[in-house]
Design a protein around this ligand. Structure first.
Ligand code: C2O
Ligand code: CU
Length: 510
């Protein structure tokens, strides 16, 4: 949020007459009422929404969460009664399996293509290093801010980390100022494709290059050519792994290749394949059950989302092109990389009916909470700035709902988009399964998401198990939208945060 600090002097108005006052009075009130305080806790934001579930008072906390340890992935620690987010961390005694130090700088640098760009780097480059871990390993990343003004953080997009490692400035930590550092630790307990990015002034820092890929490999690895394809626009120039134009990767005839597509941009990115059929092997880090071969259909990758495309290379040695949002992308080949671009297919794969159905490990039919996340838009003031701003359930930021849950709850959420524009919705710390779209039930593979494109006039029902205590953002990943107020939080009973948005650390998560 761009904040205009309160207390910048009293507003003086030359009032021409009573008639003017009658008009201006309510406007001034609305303007003043919209100003955000210099520092505030997200816990005090908006109004509580218990989703029809149990309300809790602080005295109840002790009764219900006392001594309760998190079982989430075996790596979290329960908040217990009155626990705060800094206690929600990976086992401090367990040594790291993967250790990375990342030094962040603001600098002019050269993309892999040679083009110069003014932005941010991690270890001298953008995207930052690809972090690789095997399923179950403990990842430890030491983030050092050498020269990024305003501070930085790292958020592990799609990884259900313990809340204390979620990297949201003002919610789970303070922004890391110049000369300071912060260490993230989490167990990579789900194999899949993920990414990381700053969650301090994210609409500016992510665009500027503070991001990278994270790949968690399955314990049992197949014989497959594994390719990361992180798509990012630098000054409007589309790149794959920081490179303009095609990325060539060697893949033998008859062999299999998995291309891990990561969309770090703000809108849906179509990906399609020419030269061979493909299977959509995974979405948002979760394998699709029984993915059938796809021809002549593109897959829409939500902003922040990932899609793993798997192809079997043609026996005749001809190359295969993975188009990423346009004519260029990844070309897989052995002797030749001369794969012509083909136009985007007219049809887009519908994930609501893709793959084979399979039972869920929980029953979304009997939820403990039901929430509504209804997005709209109306004129008003956001922190004193007039505009047509996003609303959640009819309320404008910061008067938005705080979704309250207790550990173990089965949660259903209906996301409705009446705002006239599409929004890629991202819930931190959890994966949710899609139950239906516009009332049509999901019929294919369980479709687990952490980044779900909800188009204009669409509605989705999703469900998840509240198994990861903390205070978690639930926002639009079109990051300017988040900074324009399309941000709410999910809060667990008994969990508190000592951090503040604003304040001396200058925390500005969006
Ligand atoms: Cu990819 Cu709230 O973030
Ligand atoms: Cu949006």
């Amino acid at each position: 949020m761009h904040r205009n600090r309160r207390g910048g002097g009293r507003v003086r108005l030359a009032v021409a007459g009573a008639a003017t006052m009658a008009l201006m009075g309510p406007l001034i009130w609305l303007w003043q009422d919209s100003l955000l305080p210099e520092a505030y806790s997200v816990m005090d934001m908006g109004y509580a929404d218990y989703g029809g579930g149990r309300r809790h008072s602080s005295s109840e906390h002790d009764a219900h969460t006392g001594g309760g340890a998190s079982t989430h992935g075996g790596h979290g620690r329960g908040a217990g009664a009155g626990g705060d987010v800094t206690q929600l961390i990976a086992d401090a005694d367990r040594p790291a399996d993967v250790e990375v130090t990342m030094v962040a700088r603001k600098q002019r640098f050269q993309l892999a293509s040679g083009r110069a760009f003014d932005g941010y780097t991690l270890n001298g480059r953008s995207p930052g290093p690809v972090i690789k871990a095997a399923e179950g390993q403990l990842v430890q990343v030491r983030l050092v801010n050498e020269s990024v003004p305003g501070g930085i953080t790292l958020h592990w997009h799609g990884v259900d980390v313990p809340n204390g490692a979620d990297g949201v400035a003002g919610v789970t930590q303070d922004a890391v100022g110049i000369g300071k550092e912060f260490t993230y630790r989490f167990v990579a307990d789900q194999a899949g494709t993920f990414w990381y990015h700053s969650h301090q002034m994210s609409h500016e820092q992510v665009r500027g290059g503070l991001l990278g890929a994270l790949v968690v490999e399955p314990a049992r690895r197949d014989e497959v050519t594994d390719v990361v394809a992180l798509v990012h626009l630098y000054n409007g120039i589309r790149t794959v792994n920081g490179r303009e134009g095609d990325v060539h990767v060697k893949a033998a005839p008859g062999s299999r290749a998995r291309v891990r597509v990561i969309n770090t941009e703000y809108g849906v990115m179509p990906a399609w394949v020419s030269g061979a059929p493909y299977r959509l092997a995974a979405v948002d880090g979760t394998e699709i059950n029984g993915p059938a071969p796809v021809r002549d259909e593109a897959v829409g990758v939500a902003a922040g989302g990932r899609a793993d495309l798997e192809v079997t290379m043609p026996e005749d040695g001809s190359p295969v092109r993975i188009h990423l949002g346009g004519p260029t992308g990844v070309v897989l080949g052995s002797t030749s990389y001369d794969a012509p671009s083909v136009p985007r297919p007219a049809a887009t794969l519908d994930l609501l009916a893709y793959g084979a159905a399979a039972p869920l490990a929980f029953d979304p039919g009997k939820p403990d909470r039901r929430f509504e996340y209804d997005m709209g838009r109306r004129p008003g003031f956001l922190d004193g700035v007039p505009g047509v701003w996003w609303t959640i359930n009819g309320h404008m930021y910061p008067d938005v709902p705080m979704f309250h849950v207790a550990e173990g709850d089965v949660v259903r959420m209906r996301i409705v988009n009446n705002s006239g524009e599409g929004h890629p919705m991202h819930l931190h710390g959890h994966h949710a399964v899609v139950l239906s779209r516009d009332g049509v039930p999901a019929a294919g593979s369980p479709w687990w998401v952490d980044s779900l494109e909800v188009g204009a006039d669409e509605s989705y029902e999703i469900a998840f198990v509240a198994d990861n205590p903390g205070v978690w953002m639930d926002h639009c990943h079109n990051l300017p939208h988040a900074s324009e107020g399309l941000t709410a939080h999910l809060m667990y009973e008994g969990v508190t945060t000592p951090f503040r948005v604003g304040g001396p650390a200058g925390n500005e998560p969006e």
